[in-house]
Design a protein around this ligand. Structure first.
Ligand code: PA5
Length: 431
């Protein structure tokens, strides 16, 4: 269960008013053509889900590496979950990521890694025409054909793309790649719980049933299909309150939000969150700039600014109720005893790092909340189920927040501008 905590003195009646309009917004969102992700955890394509598991099994049996090619929403979500659950992922097949930049160096590093190894490719692009993944796919496809020959190579390519159109869709049909679908009503940054995220996650050994089950706890609350009304009420309240405090703070000129966490494995989750909110809200001269921090390292850099720099920042800290790495409790590191106390750590002898980290977290909340608004999103633990909950929590909160600001959460007109300028420079023929 996600627990939303407020460490800030906010006007309760303003929050109640804003939260009730959040509830109305959700009812409208349910009718939006691009909100297919709202009931996805309950109404996903069960046949495709089984095909994803079968494909993952095949990939794991025959490949040392799965190279996932994609950018933005076709990349960040699955990497975020794989990184977060790294210590709990059982797969022998390692995931590599390509096509998320145009760097020659990055692609060469991947080519070096797969050289002499067995590998497969999951090319992920809803539009099927994004330049970065398209270039990487060409290069890696050529390598695949070189190693396995055309017939076997095409059996090692898995294409996740639009159901009906686009260059990748057409190529996949032509060459008979196994295809998975990014559903029509689900845009890139809301797609991690579709085949976009599920195939790489299943290959990495993440329990995708548990991931969906976690998201379903929240989607069932939103659709009122959860039998326990009290639990549903708490879940909805948390999401609505988070979206509401963001809006209230925005109206008070707080325009930077820092998402922070005391577990470095959540760093990429921050990047996923950053894209979700940045691309959904940042338009029409509106939005809250999404920044991220990983503690305690960033306490020794950003911490200074956050407490004594410009007061336009608020902070949302991701925390865990239980020790976030339950698998490792048996080997948990404790500060060892030493005969001499030369490092002056004697007072911590026998204390676990988890406990010290928790105390650092509490201390940070106390110190920061003296200067800036601080909120806390407490997850039960670090598991596939909790990650499913967290993803859904932020997706819904983001769509509500953008709607509060009267911008369309589901488009990204600004991203097109750099593409058009680049195409001009590269001499791309007019369509
Ligand atoms: O959220 C979005 O829609 C974008 O970030 C896209 O995911 C990103 O641009 C990649 O697009 P595509 O999957 O069409 O290659």
């Amino acid at each position: 269960m996600i627990n939303f905590k407020i460490h800030y003195d906010i006007d309760a009646s303003a929050l109640a008013v804003q939260s009730s309009s959040a509830e109305c917004i959700v009812e409208d969102l349910k009718k939006n053509d691009m909100a297919g992700w709202i009931d996805l955890p309950e109404n996903y394509d069960k046949d495709e889900f089984e095909r994803i598991k079968a494909a993952a099994k095949k990939i794991r049996a025959e490949s040392d590496y799965l190279v996932c090619i994609g950018i933005g929403g076709s990349f960040l979500g699955h990497k975020a979950v794989i990184d977060a659950l790294e210590s709990q992922v059982a797969g022998d097949t390692k995931i590599l990521y390509a096509g998320n930049s145009i760097s020659n160096i990055s692609l060469q590093k991947i080519l070096d890694k797969i050289d002499g190894k067995n590998f497969s490719i999951n090319v992920i692009s809803k539009s099927g025409t994004t330049t970065e993944p398209a270039i990487a796919f060409r290069v890696l496809k050529a390598k695949l054909i070189d190693v396995y020959g055309e017939e076997e190579a095409y059996k090692r390519i898995y294409a996740t793309t639009d159901a009906e159109s686009g260059a990748l869709h057409d190529e996949a049909l032509y060459n008979h790649y196994e295809r998975f679908v990014v559903p029509n009503g689900i845009g890139g940054r809301f797609s991690v719980l579709t085949a976009v995220g599920l195939l790489p996650l299943a290959v990495a050994g993440v329990d995708i049933d548990e991931l969906m089950a976690g998201a379903r706890i929240l989607s069932a609350a939103i659709s009122d299909s959860n039998e326990d009304a009290a639990i549903s009420g708490d879940i909805k309240t948390g999401i609505y309150k988070y979206a509401s405090v963001r809006h209230i703070l925005r109206s008070r000129n707080y325009d930077v939000e820092v998402l922070s966490c005391f577990e470095p494995c959540m760093e990429f989750f921050g990047k996923w969150w950053q894209q979700l909110f940045g691309e959904s809200e940042g338009k029409e001269n509106k939005g809250i700039f999404p920044a991220t921090a990983i503690y305690s390292t960033d306490l020794h850099s950003l911490g200074q600014y956050m407490q004594q720099g410009r007061y336009n920042i608020f902070e949302t800290i991701l925390t865990f109720k239980n020790n976030p790495l339950p698998k490792y409790t048996d080997v948990e590191i404790k500060v060892p005893e030493m005969a001499e106390n030369l490092d002056q750590l004697g007072y911590l002898e026998g204390v676990s790092m988890a406990e010290i980290n928790k105390k650092a977290e509490l201390a940070t909340i106390t110190a920061h909340s003296k200067h800036i608004p601080v909120f806390e999103i407490e997850m039960t633990d670090l598991s596939a189920k909790s990650m499913g909950e967290l993803i859904y929590f932020f997706e819904l909160a983001c769509a509500i927040s953008a709607t509060f600001d009267q911008v369309n959460p589901f488009d990204q007109p600004g991203v097109e501008a750099y593409k058009n300028e680049m195409f001009k420079l590269l001499g791309k023929p007019e369509a």
